[in-house]
Ligand binder design. Structure first.
Ligand code: SAH
Ligand code: SF4
Ligand code: F3S
Length: 447
């Protein structure tokens, strides 16, 4: 029996899709090449914006119709955040589904499938009693891997649906995280990204370290301690983590980022807005000045650090002046990358009760302005790299042109270069940059 998982949404969903893929393979299911040879298709869904849900619903509608006509025995199922949000309503929106499985039930996917095959469709499982340690499997053959360290979110940003669909913060024990990284390295993984919605909150709600254990580097808070322990895993080349929050950018975290050799000079630090009244109404838990202090501390202690961010335009009540403050703030911080989103009201969140008073046209305009600024900014940042050597984790032939190879810098920039004898996928090499665009650095391997 062959299955296909199609993923929408953030890195957590990418990770969940991989974990259920590994789980199903352990149960004897095989991966399909594409939709045509799949007996089971699972869509992993995201609820963060209306558009994300519309896209998944559209895809599901098409898949159900196509399966009815051409593959009557095929099972179409849904997993993830949208299942958690909609529950039974999902089956009304898309009649003909085989199952829906929520964010806290994924380890039961084989049982749910069994029920579907026994004729019980549609089966819904949105119970919250999953065992996260049953979901640590990975698919072999990758250079980079995501590792969950903190599930859920206890912040309540007023626009955000994530806490509703992902539940409370819970941190995995440090020793199981470190063991998972060790297994990944044994499978050939060179780079890990530690995942949590507010990842620096790791170990804040539940104990993660054995009582009485200490850190060699004198780290006292759980997250920098975890970075130290993951850095110490023999064979790991690069460690990243996402998403950051200014409150977690403590002296200790900054020290860990500057001291630990595998921890990359890269941090995703969503700022959402540069205007204090908007930040307060978003309930982000920092002011623009606190964000600035966090960014400056990192930039001072970690030379060349690349900061990326998320921005929401058109939040309720965002005036032209608020927007210009965000624009100026982004220029001041000098982000290397920015994901810009148009505000989308999510029912059940406090902001959804407020008038969505910035027109879609104006949201679009603000989005466009920030994107253009950002492209110019990153071009200038990248131009400054011409003539310099950057360290690249070699991924192999580039997607666009197989005659050239590609990889990423420690700052997470894509580098394209000519292959040279003796350099293989998984190696780290220095590349001298000779040309750049906003998205790519080009160069040659330093001899
Ligand atoms: N936990 C992460 C964010 C996860 S959601 C953090 O706090 O940094 C990813 C991004 O989606 C957010 O950073 C935000 O920019 C955007 N987002 C979340 N809810 C949104 C909404 N209702 N409308 C538009 N964008 C939203
Ligand atoms: Fe959402 Fe805020 Fe939690 Fe991020 S920190 S997931 S934006 S509630
Ligand atoms: Fe991620 Fe979307 Fe869920 S952003 S946590 S997949 S709602």
């Amino acid at each position: 029996m062959k299955f296909l998982v199609i993923t929408y949404g953030c890195q957590m969903n990418v990770r969940d899709s991989e974990a259920v893929t590994a789980l199903l393979m352990r149960q004897g299911y095989e991966r399909a090449e594409g939709e045509a040879d799949a007996d089971i298709i699972v869509i992993n869904t995201c609820s963060v914006r209306g558009k994300a849900e519309a896209k998944a619903l559209g895809k599901l509608g098409l898949l159900v119709a196509d399966s009815r006509r051409n593959y009557p025995d095929r099972v179409i199922g849904v997993m993830g955040c949208m299942v958690q949000r909609l529950g039974e309503e999902l089956f009304k929106k898309v009649p003909g589904l085989g199952f829906g499985i929520g964010t806290h039930a994924l380890s039961r996917l084989p049982l749910v499938l069994q029920e579907v095959f026994e004729g019980k469709a549609p089966v819904l499982d949105v119970d919250e009693d999953d065992d996260p340690e049953a979901l640590t499997g990975h698919v072999e053959g990758n250079l980079s891997a995501y590792v969950n360290i903190l599930l859920g979110c206890d912040r309540r940003c007023t626009y955000c649906i994530v806490p509703h669909v992902r539940g409370h913060e819970w941190s995995r024990p440090a020793d199981s995280v470190v063991a998972e990284v060790g297994e990944l390295v044994a499978q050939g993984v060179r780079e890990v990204t530690l995942l949590g919605q507010s990842v620096m909150n790791y170990g804040r709600r539940n104990a993660v370290w054995p009582e009485g254990s200490t850190s060699a580097g004198g780290y006292e808070t759980p997250f920098p301690r975890l970075l130290e322990a993951v850095d110490a895993v023999v064979g790991i080349e690069r460690v990243r983590f996402t998403s950051g929050h200014p409150s977690g950018c403590t002296t200790e975290l900054v020290r860990a980022m500057s001291e630990l050799p595998t921890v990359c000079e890269h941090l995703h630090l969503p700022c959402q807005s540069g205007s204090d009244p908007i930040l307060a109404r978003m309930r982000r838990g920092y002011t623009s000045d606190q964000f600035r202090q966090a960014a400056r501390a990192l930039q001072a202690a970690v030379p060349g650090v690349a900061l990326s961010t998320d921005i929401i335009v058109g939040f309720p009540g965002e005036t032209g002046e608020d927007f210009e403050r965000t624009r100026a703030f982004m220029a001041e911080i000098g982000f290397d990358n920015a994901f810009i989103f148009k505000y989308s009201p999510r029912s059940g969140t406090p902001a959804a009760e407020w008038p969505d008073d910035v027109s879609d046209e104006e949201k679009m305009r603000r989005n466009q302005v920030l994107l253009e600024d950002q492209t110019r900014r990153v071009e200038a940042i990248n131009r400054a790299l011409v003539g310099q050597d950057v360290n690249v984790l070699v991924e192999g032939p580039s997607l666009r042109n197989a005659a050239r190879w590609s990889g990423r810098t420690r700052t997470n920039k894509v580098v394209v270069f000519d292959p040279v004898p003796g350099v293989e996928r998984g190696n780290c090499v220095d590349v001298t940059v000779d040309r750049v665009t906003a998205t790519t650095l080009y160069g040659g391997v330093t001899s």
